[in-house]
Design a protein around this ligand. Structure first.
Ligand code: MTE
Length: 308
Protein backbone atom coordinates (compact mmCIF):
# COMPACT_ATOMS: atom_id res chain seq x y z
CA UNK A 1 0.00 0.00 0.00
CA UNK A 2 2.86 2.36 0.74
CA UNK A 3 4.74 1.32 -2.37
CA UNK A 4 3.12 3.33 -5.13
CA UNK A 5 4.46 2.26 -8.54
CA UNK A 6 5.70 4.90 -10.96
CA UNK A 7 2.64 4.22 -13.12
CA UNK A 8 0.52 5.76 -10.38
CA UNK A 9 2.27 9.08 -10.08
CA UNK A 10 -0.23 11.48 -8.63
CA UNK A 11 -1.86 13.91 -11.07
CA UNK A 12 -0.98 17.53 -10.48
CA UNK A 13 -4.39 18.64 -9.25
CA UNK A 14 -4.48 15.91 -6.66
CA UNK A 15 -0.90 16.59 -5.71
CA UNK A 16 -1.79 20.21 -5.13
CA UNK A 17 -4.80 19.36 -3.01
CA UNK A 18 -2.62 16.99 -1.00
CA UNK A 19 -0.08 19.73 -0.52
CA UNK A 20 -2.86 21.94 0.76
CA UNK A 21 -3.90 19.20 3.11
CA UNK A 22 -0.35 18.59 4.25
CA UNK A 23 0.05 22.27 4.86
CA UNK A 24 -3.04 22.26 7.02
CA UNK A 25 -2.09 19.11 8.86
CA UNK A 26 1.47 20.15 9.57
CA UNK A 27 4.68 18.51 8.41
CA UNK A 28 3.40 14.99 7.94
CA UNK A 29 4.79 12.23 5.82
CA UNK A 30 3.67 12.41 2.21
CA UNK A 31 4.34 8.70 1.90
CA UNK A 32 1.74 7.97 4.54
CA UNK A 33 -0.84 10.14 2.79
CA UNK A 34 -0.20 8.35 -0.47
CA UNK A 35 -1.42 5.22 1.25
CA UNK A 36 -4.88 6.74 1.56
CA UNK A 37 -7.08 3.85 0.40
CA UNK A 38 -4.97 3.85 -2.75
CA UNK A 39 -4.28 1.27 -5.42
CA UNK A 40 -1.13 -0.65 -6.09
CA UNK A 41 -1.75 -3.14 -3.31
CA UNK A 42 0.00 -6.49 -3.22
CA UNK A 43 -2.28 -9.47 -3.80
CA UNK A 44 -2.47 -12.25 -1.24
CA UNK A 45 -1.76 -15.74 -2.55
CA UNK A 46 -4.67 -17.07 -4.61
CA UNK A 47 -5.58 -20.01 -2.40
CA UNK A 48 -9.34 -20.18 -1.95
CA UNK A 49 -10.38 -22.04 1.18
CA UNK A 50 -13.41 -24.29 1.17
CA UNK A 51 -16.67 -22.42 1.62
CA UNK A 52 -19.99 -24.07 2.28
CA UNK A 53 -20.69 -24.24 -1.46
CA UNK A 54 -23.10 -21.34 -1.54
CA UNK A 55 -23.06 -18.51 -4.09
CA UNK A 56 -24.41 -15.02 -4.47
CA UNK A 57 -27.48 -14.45 -6.67
CA UNK A 58 -25.15 -14.09 -9.69
CA UNK A 59 -23.64 -17.54 -9.12
CA UNK A 60 -20.29 -16.42 -7.67
CA UNK A 61 -19.00 -18.53 -4.76
CA UNK A 62 -18.75 -17.03 -1.28
CA UNK A 63 -15.32 -15.83 -0.28
CA UNK A 64 -13.98 -18.05 2.48
CA UNK A 65 -14.14 -17.09 6.15
CA UNK A 66 -10.35 -16.95 6.12
CA UNK A 67 -10.21 -14.62 3.14
CA UNK A 68 -12.80 -12.30 4.65
CA UNK A 69 -11.12 -12.16 8.05
CA UNK A 70 -7.45 -11.88 7.01
CA UNK A 71 -7.51 -9.28 4.21
CA UNK A 72 -8.95 -6.14 5.71
CA UNK A 73 -8.96 -2.40 5.35
CA UNK A 74 -9.13 -0.85 8.81
CA UNK A 75 -6.94 2.20 9.14
CA UNK A 76 -7.66 2.57 12.87
CA UNK A 77 -5.37 -0.44 13.30
CA UNK A 78 -2.96 -0.39 10.36
CA UNK A 79 -2.82 0.31 6.64
CA UNK A 80 -1.42 -3.22 6.16
CA UNK A 81 -4.38 -5.39 5.16
CA UNK A 82 -2.69 -8.60 6.32
CA UNK A 83 -1.86 -7.07 9.70
CA UNK A 84 -5.32 -5.91 10.80
CA UNK A 85 -6.53 -9.27 12.14
CA UNK A 86 -3.62 -9.64 14.56
CA UNK A 87 -3.72 -6.04 15.80
CA UNK A 88 -7.49 -6.16 16.26
CA UNK A 89 -7.49 -9.51 18.06
CA UNK A 90 -7.70 -8.02 21.57
CA UNK A 91 -10.14 -5.26 20.62
CA UNK A 92 -12.98 -5.17 23.16
CA UNK A 93 -16.31 -5.39 21.36
CA UNK A 94 -18.34 -5.77 24.55
CA UNK A 95 -19.93 -3.86 26.16
CA UNK A 96 -20.91 -1.71 23.19
CA UNK A 97 -23.44 1.06 22.66
CA UNK A 98 -24.60 3.01 19.63
CA UNK A 99 -25.92 6.49 20.30
CA UNK A 100 -28.62 7.50 17.81
CA UNK A 101 -29.70 11.14 17.75
CA UNK A 102 -29.80 14.39 15.84
CA UNK A 103 -33.03 15.28 14.04
CA UNK A 104 -35.15 12.50 15.54
CA UNK A 105 -38.21 12.39 17.73
CA UNK A 106 -36.87 9.69 20.03
CA UNK A 107 -33.09 9.86 20.48
CA UNK A 108 -31.82 6.72 22.10
CA UNK A 109 -28.70 4.74 22.93
CA UNK A 110 -28.90 1.10 21.88
CA UNK A 111 -26.87 -1.56 23.62
CA UNK A 112 -25.51 -4.33 21.43
CA UNK A 113 -28.15 -6.65 22.86
CA UNK A 114 -30.89 -4.20 21.84
CA UNK A 115 -29.43 -4.03 18.34
CA UNK A 116 -29.35 -7.81 18.08
CA UNK A 117 -33.00 -7.84 19.08
CA UNK A 118 -33.83 -5.81 15.97
CA UNK A 119 -33.26 -8.94 13.90
CA UNK A 120 -30.72 -11.37 12.60
CA UNK A 121 -30.99 -12.26 8.95
CA UNK A 122 -28.37 -13.42 6.52
CA UNK A 123 -27.56 -11.33 3.46
CA UNK A 124 -25.00 -12.45 0.89
CA UNK A 125 -23.50 -9.29 -0.61
CA UNK A 126 -20.60 -8.45 -2.89
CA UNK A 127 -18.12 -6.01 -1.32
CA UNK A 128 -16.23 -3.96 -3.93
CA UNK A 129 -13.35 -1.89 -2.55
CA UNK A 130 -12.50 1.34 -4.35
CA UNK A 131 -8.99 -0.10 -4.72
CA UNK A 132 -10.24 -2.69 -7.23
CA UNK A 133 -10.63 -5.90 -5.26
CA UNK A 134 -13.82 -7.63 -4.15
CA UNK A 135 -15.27 -10.46 -2.07
CA UNK A 136 -18.63 -12.14 -1.56
CA UNK A 137 -19.61 -12.05 2.10
CA UNK A 138 -22.44 -13.74 3.99
CA UNK A 139 -23.31 -11.03 6.51
CA UNK A 140 -25.69 -11.39 9.41
CA UNK A 141 -27.58 -8.31 10.50
CA UNK A 142 -30.70 -6.21 10.05
CA UNK A 143 -31.76 -3.44 7.69
CA UNK A 144 -30.82 -0.02 9.04
CA UNK A 145 -34.37 1.25 8.39
CA UNK A 146 -35.53 -0.76 11.41
CA UNK A 147 -33.26 1.27 13.68
CA UNK A 148 -34.16 4.57 11.98
CA UNK A 149 -37.88 3.88 12.29
CA UNK A 150 -37.43 3.30 16.03
CA UNK A 151 -35.99 6.80 16.56
CA UNK A 152 -38.57 8.57 14.35
CA UNK A 153 -36.71 10.82 11.88
CA UNK A 154 -37.97 14.42 11.81
CA UNK A 155 -38.97 16.21 8.60
CA UNK A 156 -35.70 18.16 8.51
CA UNK A 157 -33.55 15.01 8.52
CA UNK A 158 -32.08 14.55 5.02
CA UNK A 159 -28.84 12.66 5.70
CA UNK A 160 -27.42 10.14 8.14
CA UNK A 161 -23.96 10.57 9.65
CA UNK A 162 -22.08 7.58 11.06
CA UNK A 163 -19.05 7.65 13.34
CA UNK A 164 -16.53 4.96 14.35
CA UNK A 165 -15.21 4.59 17.88
CA UNK A 166 -12.26 6.87 18.70
CA UNK A 167 -10.04 5.03 21.19
CA UNK A 168 -6.36 5.41 20.29
CA UNK A 169 -5.22 3.24 23.22
CA UNK A 170 -7.06 0.32 21.60
CA UNK A 171 -6.76 1.36 17.95
CA UNK A 172 -3.08 2.14 17.33
CA UNK A 173 -3.61 3.64 13.87
CA UNK A 174 -5.51 6.50 15.51
CA UNK A 175 -2.19 7.81 16.83
CA UNK A 176 -1.40 8.70 13.21
CA UNK A 177 -2.52 12.30 13.10
CA UNK A 178 -2.43 12.34 9.34
CA UNK A 179 -5.99 11.07 9.32
CA UNK A 180 -8.84 13.24 10.58
CA UNK A 181 -10.23 10.76 13.12
CA UNK A 182 -12.78 9.60 13.95
CA UNK A 183 -13.74 7.78 10.74
CA UNK A 184 -16.98 9.33 9.54
CA UNK A 185 -19.31 8.31 6.74
CA UNK A 186 -22.66 9.48 5.48
CA UNK A 187 -25.67 8.46 3.43
CA UNK A 188 -28.67 10.32 2.09
CA UNK A 189 -31.70 9.40 4.19
CA UNK A 190 -33.38 7.50 1.34
CA UNK A 191 -30.18 5.49 0.79
CA UNK A 192 -30.05 4.74 4.50
CA UNK A 193 -33.70 3.65 4.44
CA UNK A 194 -33.19 1.33 1.45
CA UNK A 195 -33.76 -2.28 2.37
CA UNK A 196 -30.31 -3.35 1.08
CA UNK A 197 -28.57 -1.09 3.63
CA UNK A 198 -27.56 -3.31 6.51
CA UNK A 199 -26.23 -2.93 10.03
CA UNK A 200 -24.13 -6.08 10.25
CA UNK A 201 -23.43 -7.86 13.51
CA UNK A 202 -22.05 -11.09 12.12
CA UNK A 203 -20.65 -13.02 9.18
CA UNK A 204 -20.69 -16.71 8.33
CA UNK A 205 -23.24 -17.16 11.12
CA UNK A 206 -20.77 -15.98 13.79
CA UNK A 207 -20.42 -12.71 15.65
CA UNK A 208 -18.64 -10.07 13.62
CA UNK A 209 -14.87 -10.30 14.07
CA UNK A 210 -13.12 -7.13 15.26
CA UNK A 211 -11.14 -6.85 12.02
CA UNK A 212 -14.36 -6.79 10.01
CA UNK A 213 -15.80 -3.99 12.12
CA UNK A 214 -17.28 -5.88 15.05
CA UNK A 215 -19.41 -5.69 16.93
CA UNK A 216 -21.49 -3.58 14.51
CA UNK A 217 -20.75 -2.02 11.12
CA UNK A 218 -22.61 -0.59 8.17
CA UNK A 219 -22.82 -2.48 4.87
CA UNK A 220 -23.96 -0.63 1.73
CA UNK A 221 -23.37 -3.15 -1.05
CA UNK A 222 -23.83 -0.88 -4.09
CA UNK A 223 -21.21 1.61 -2.91
CA UNK A 224 -17.44 1.31 -2.67
CA UNK A 225 -16.39 -0.48 0.50
CA UNK A 226 -15.14 2.62 2.29
CA UNK A 227 -18.76 3.72 2.81
CA UNK A 228 -19.33 0.59 4.91
CA UNK A 229 -18.02 2.09 8.15
CA UNK A 230 -16.83 -0.24 10.91
CA UNK A 231 -17.25 -0.24 14.71
CA UNK A 232 -20.09 2.29 14.66
CA UNK A 233 -20.76 4.12 17.94
CA UNK A 234 -22.78 7.13 16.79
CA UNK A 235 -25.52 7.67 14.22
CA UNK A 236 -26.99 11.14 13.71
CA UNK A 237 -29.77 12.29 11.43
CA UNK A 238 -28.75 15.64 9.99
CA UNK A 239 -29.86 18.32 7.54
CA UNK A 240 -26.65 18.64 5.50
CA UNK A 241 -24.47 16.05 3.75
CA UNK A 242 -21.76 14.95 6.21
CA UNK A 243 -18.09 15.19 5.21
CA UNK A 244 -16.55 11.74 5.38
CA UNK A 245 -12.98 11.05 6.47
CA UNK A 246 -12.01 10.25 2.87
CA UNK A 247 -13.68 13.38 1.49
CA UNK A 248 -11.75 15.48 4.02
CA UNK A 249 -8.48 13.73 3.18
CA UNK A 250 -8.68 13.58 -0.62
CA UNK A 251 -11.76 15.37 -1.98
CA UNK A 252 -10.68 14.91 -5.60
CA UNK A 253 -10.57 11.14 -5.16
CA UNK A 254 -13.45 10.30 -2.84
CA UNK A 255 -16.89 11.83 -3.12
CA UNK A 256 -20.00 11.62 -1.00
CA UNK A 257 -21.89 9.12 -3.16
CA UNK A 258 -19.16 6.58 -4.00
CA UNK A 259 -21.55 4.39 -5.97
CA UNK A 260 -19.71 1.56 -7.71
CA UNK A 261 -19.40 2.75 -11.30
CA UNK A 262 -17.21 1.00 -13.88
CA UNK A 263 -17.54 4.00 -16.19
CA UNK A 264 -16.00 6.54 -13.85
CA UNK A 265 -12.31 5.97 -13.20
CA UNK A 266 -10.62 6.85 -9.95
CA UNK A 267 -8.12 9.63 -10.70
CA UNK A 268 -5.30 7.09 -10.34
CA UNK A 269 -6.78 3.86 -11.78
CA UNK A 270 -9.62 2.42 -13.81
CA UNK A 271 -12.72 1.08 -12.08
CA UNK A 272 -13.79 -1.03 -15.08
CA UNK A 273 -12.70 -4.33 -13.56
CA UNK A 274 -11.84 -5.89 -10.23
CA UNK A 275 -9.89 -8.75 -8.72
CA UNK A 276 -12.08 -11.13 -6.72
CA UNK A 277 -9.89 -12.27 -3.84
CA UNK A 278 -8.78 -15.83 -4.58
CA UNK A 279 -9.26 -15.54 -8.35
CA UNK A 280 -6.67 -14.75 -10.99
CA UNK A 281 -8.48 -13.28 -14.02
CA UNK A 282 -10.13 -9.95 -13.25
CA UNK A 283 -13.90 -9.65 -13.41
CA UNK A 284 -15.75 -6.78 -15.05
CA UNK A 285 -17.10 -4.39 -12.42
CA UNK A 286 -20.88 -4.10 -12.49
CA UNK A 287 -22.86 -0.87 -12.33
CA UNK A 288 -23.90 -0.30 -8.72
CA UNK A 289 -21.93 -3.48 -7.96
CA UNK A 290 -24.71 -5.56 -9.55
CA UNK A 291 -27.54 -3.99 -7.55
CA UNK A 292 -28.71 -1.52 -10.22
CA UNK A 293 -32.21 -3.04 -10.44
CA UNK A 294 -32.76 -2.26 -6.78
CA UNK A 295 -31.02 1.10 -6.41
CA UNK A 296 -30.62 2.94 -9.73
CA UNK A 297 -33.95 4.73 -9.17
CA UNK A 298 -32.46 6.48 -6.13
CA UNK A 299 -30.27 8.47 -8.54
CA UNK A 300 -32.75 9.18 -11.35
CA UNK A 301 -31.85 12.43 -13.08
CA UNK A 302 -28.50 12.79 -11.30
CA UNK A 303 -25.18 13.16 -13.08
CA UNK A 304 -23.24 10.22 -11.65
CA UNK A 305 -19.93 11.61 -12.92
CA UNK A 306 -20.33 14.88 -11.07
CA UNK A 307 -21.73 13.09 -8.03
CA UNK A 308 -18.90 10.54 -7.70
N1 MTE B 1 -14.30 1.64 8.56
C1 MTE B 1 -13.41 2.18 9.39
N2 MTE B 1 -13.85 2.65 10.57
N3 MTE B 1 -12.09 2.27 9.10
C2 MTE B 1 -11.60 1.84 7.90
O1 MTE B 1 -10.39 1.95 7.63
N4 MTE B 1 -12.11 0.83 5.72
C3 MTE B 1 -13.16 0.78 4.69
C4 MTE B 1 -14.43 0.08 5.21
N5 MTE B 1 -14.79 0.58 6.53
C5 MTE B 1 -12.52 1.26 6.96
C6 MTE B 1 -13.88 1.16 7.35
C7 MTE B 1 -12.73 0.14 3.46
S1 MTE B 1 -11.68 1.05 2.45
C8 MTE B 1 -13.20 -1.09 3.08
S2 MTE B 1 -12.86 -1.74 1.53
C9 MTE B 1 -14.00 -1.93 3.99
O2 MTE B 1 -14.19 -1.32 5.26
C10 MTE B 1 -13.30 -3.27 4.19
O3 MTE B 1 -14.10 -4.11 4.99
P1 MTE B 1 -13.56 -5.56 5.36
O4 MTE B 1 -12.21 -5.42 6.00
O5 MTE B 1 -14.59 -6.14 6.28
O6 MTE B 1 -13.47 -6.32 4.05
Amino acid sequence: MHKIPASEITPEQLYLSRRAFLGAAGALSAAALLAACGGGTAAPAATPLPTDGRTDELGAPLSSFEQITTYNNYYEFTTDKAGVARLAQQFQTSPWAVQVGGLVGKPRTFSLEELLALGQEERIYRLRCVEGWSMVIPWRGFPLHKLLAAVEPQAGAKYVRFETLFRPEAMPGQHDQLYPWPYVEGLRLDEAMHDLTLLATGLYGRDLTPQNGGPVRLVVPWKYGFKSIKAVVKIDLVAEAPTSLWMALAPGEYGFYANVNPEVAHPRWSQASERRIGELPRRPTLRFNGYADQVAALYAGMDLRANY
